[in-house]
Design a binder for this molecule. Structure first.
Ligand code: HEC
Length: 114
């Protein structure tokens, strides 16, 4: 009986460690850094768009309607291949990096009131 309890504790600890490892891995891709280096000059630190970006017609990433209307797939396509005044990034960023930065763009969404 004691042995089973010990096993359970080990299992729990293991899952905590695993959770942290995958968290660290996600951060290794460094979506924030990618955004700061490649996107911020147009999309702005706050995701609303800089003066330059607004002049080019960037969407407001903090707009919940825009967030709801835009799929991850659509963003990946726009980032990879470019879209109108938005420069393509497919030659600079790997598919994994692009996926990570899409995740970062979702952080700009306002918290939903329920
Ligand atoms: C030179 C300025 C510029 C830079 C740099 C830039 N963007 Fe954009 N981005 C734009 C403009 C302009 C649009 C609006 C395109 C349009 O007319 O729909 C846009 C649109 C987008 C969209 C919305 C696409 C859609 O389907 O509506 C996403 C997502 C996006 N950018 C992500 C990024 C990411 C991620 C980066 C960095 C890796 C980046 N952008 C870098 C100018 C820029």
């Amino acid at each position: 009986m004691k042995k089973a309890l010990y096993g359970l504790v080990v299992l729990l600890l293991f899952s905590v460690v695993q959770f942290n490892v995958s968290d660290t891995f996600a951060d290794k891709i460094g979506y924030k850094k990618i955004f700061t280096n490649n996107c911020q000059k147009c999309h702005g630190k706050d995701g609303k768009g800089t003066k330059r970006g607004k002049g080019l017609g960037v969407p407001n990433f903090t707009d919940s309607e825009w967030q709801d209307a835009t799929t991850d797939k659509q963003m990946i396509t726009a980032i990879t291949n470019g879209k109108k005044k938005m420069p393509k990034q497919g030659h600079k960023l790997s598919p994994e990096e692009i996926k990570a930065v899409v995740k970062y763009i979702r952080f700009f969404a306002p918290k939903k009131r329920r």
